[in-house]
Structures are given as C-alpha cells and as structure tokens.
Design a protein around this ligand. Structure first.
Ligand SMILES: [Zn+2]
Length: 327
C-alpha cells in the first residue's frame, strides 16, 4: 500500500469511527439500528474500506433515524418535507431552455379490459428542482452519476437570508450572514448540507417575480435578478466549514446578474454539488434535520432533476437528526 493509499485508508477509518460514534449516540437516544446490518467498520483492521460501504453506512444511519420516528416504535412521527417543485408546463427553466414537456401516451382502458397509462417526458438537465454536478463548471469535476451518495444524504442546516433579499433582490449570502447564523445556532458542522433560504421560493412559479424577467431566449439572461451565494462565502464554507453540498431556493447558486458564475466555479472545483430551485425551505428549522437529495443517475450528466426531501426528527424527543459524519 502506498503512503497516500494508507493515509486515505486512515481517513476512512477515522470517518467510520466518527460514524460509529454517531450510531452509538443514536442508540443512546433510544434509536434502534437492529436489523439494519451496518457493515464496513471491521474493514478498518485491514486498512481497506470502500467508498460504497461509507455511503451505505450513512444511509443506514439515516434509515435508522427515519425508522426511529415511525409510530410503530412508540414515538410520535417525525415530519418528511418535500423540497421539490413538481415538474409540469409551468416549471421554471433558464430563459434559454425549452422547459419541461410531458408527451401524453397511452391513457385509458385497453382492449383487454385493464387501465394503462405511460407517457414520455423531455427536459433540460438544469431546470426545476435540480442538481448541478461539479462538471457543470469544472472539467475534472464529478458527473452527476459520479457524485458520492454521502454528499447527497446527511445532516443539514438552513441559513435564512430572506430579510436581506427582500431589500435587495441581487443579495448574495455572505460570510457575515453565515457568521451571524452561527452566533445564534452554533458552528456549521463539517459534512453539512447548507441550505440558503432567500425567500424567493414564495414566488414560484411566477417567472417575473422569481427570475426578474419572464422573457425567454438569450437576451433575457441579462435581465435576471434574484439572490444567490457570494463566491467568498462559498470559499469560506468549503475551506473553513468543509461542507458537503449547498442548496438554494432560486434558479442559480450565483445571483441573477452574474456573468462569470464564480460561485459555481468555486464550489465545483472543490467537488461540492449545488441544489437549485428548492421548494418549501420556509418549513425548515435552522438545524437538527437531514436532507436526502437524489438526482436522476444520468451517466456523464452535468446535472439533472432532483427529488429532495428533508427529514425532521421528533423534536419532543430532544434529538437532532443524527451526528455529522465528521467534525
Ligand atoms: Zn443548474
């Protein structure tokens, strides 16, 4: 084993231990992991643990958390919130894109007497609630099918900058915004999915209010106005907080007037994916919840539609969703 492989392996073990710690915490809080078959921890002894087992472990932990809030376990149910806008003819795409098209196929009772429906759809990768894979703005970045699952599933925080965005439609969430949030809610844990609420989600699907223009085609791009994330804040979240992913309730992680898409480039050079056009961020607490944001697995894709959900634990039990994978 090379020195770098050994180091990578040690990192894996450290991470696995940290997750094991998280699992112990869950069990201490009364969460049951029985029958979930958590595997891969013993592999540390051999100095080998695949990425897959790490991702699987995180999902097992999440499933354990989801199971634990089910009424069958004698506790009040936690809440699952859909962070996804439905795809239909109203769905907002970039002004240069066609939008979502559902081609109706069979629909009705067939000759043999049973009901049957099957349609086709057509859509750009980037539109509606979707993910930007790092390759969207970085040639060496992950394609959408290559993004490790543990970047897409995990503990999350919600940073609300809607007040500032109500005053300035082009506001970019800044380091100062995140520091102000941390003063109130504590340090953003490493490995977090950071969701930014600009409040613009409330305009969906009104293109003029949401994008700043309802015009279509290339000239409309210069008329876009909506908030985003400042590139300096993206650098800070990556270097100082080691986040796993970011999400926003606008059409782009760069604000509307952006010409250089610097925030996209900063994030994707660090292989940090972005979720765009998220819904229902106003229903989330500041922290203590988890996000599952799984895109369509297009081989070689630069992004794709996303079904994103948040899982809120039962607050009366006094538990956070689950411990972050690393800290
Ligand atoms: Zn995109």
């Amino acid at each position: 084993m090379s020195a770098s492989a050994a180091r990578a392996s040690l990192d894996e073990c450290e991470r696995a231990r940290s997750m094991q710690h998280g699992r112990r915490q869950l069990i201490a809080r009364g969460f049951s992991m029985r029958g979930l078959g958590v595997q891969g921890l013993s592999a540390c002894g051999l100095g080998v643990q695949s990425y897959l087992s790490r991702a699987a472990l995180r999902i097992f932990v999440l499933v354990g958390m989801a199971v634990s809030v089910a009424p069958a376990f004698g506790e009040p149910a936690g809440r699952i919130i859909d962070l996804t806008h439905a795809f239909d003819s109203e769905t907002i795409y970039w002004p240069t894109e066609e939008g979502f098209v559902l081609e109706k196929g069979a629909e009705g009772v067939v000759e043999q007497g049973y009901y049957y429906a099957a349609h086709r759809f057509r859509m750009a990768e980037h539109g509606g609630t979707h993910i930007d894979a790092p390759i969207h703005f970085y040639a060496d970045g992950w394609t959408v099918d290559e993004i490790p699952l543990d970047r897409l599933v995990g503990p999350a925080v919600l940073v609300d900058v809607s007040d500032r965005c109500a005053r300035d439609a082009d506001h970019r969430a800044s380091v100062a915004d995140f520091e102000a949030w941390e003063k109130q809610h504590g340090r953003i844990p490493a490995g977090s999915i950071v969701l930014i609420r600009t409040g613009f989600g409330r305009f969906w699907p009104d293109r003029k209010a949401y994008l700043g223009t309802d015009e279509r085609g290339a000239p409309a791009v210069a008329k876009l106005h909506f908030p985003g994330l400042h590139p300096n804040a993206a650098r800070w979240l990556i270097a100082e907080r080691k986040i796993n992913a970011v999400g926003v309730d606008t059409a782009s992680i760069d604000h509307g007037p952006s010409k250089q898409f610097e925030t996209h480039r900063v994030l994707f050079e660090a292989n940090v994916p972005a979720f765009e056009n998220l819904a229902a961020l106003d229903e989330l607490p500041a922290s203590g919840f988890s996000v599952v944001a799984l895109p369509i697995k297009i081989r070689g894709g630069s992004g794709g539609p996303l079904r994103a959900i948040a899982i809120l634990p039962d607050v009366s039990a006094g538990s956070s969703a689950f411990a972050p994978a690393s800290d």
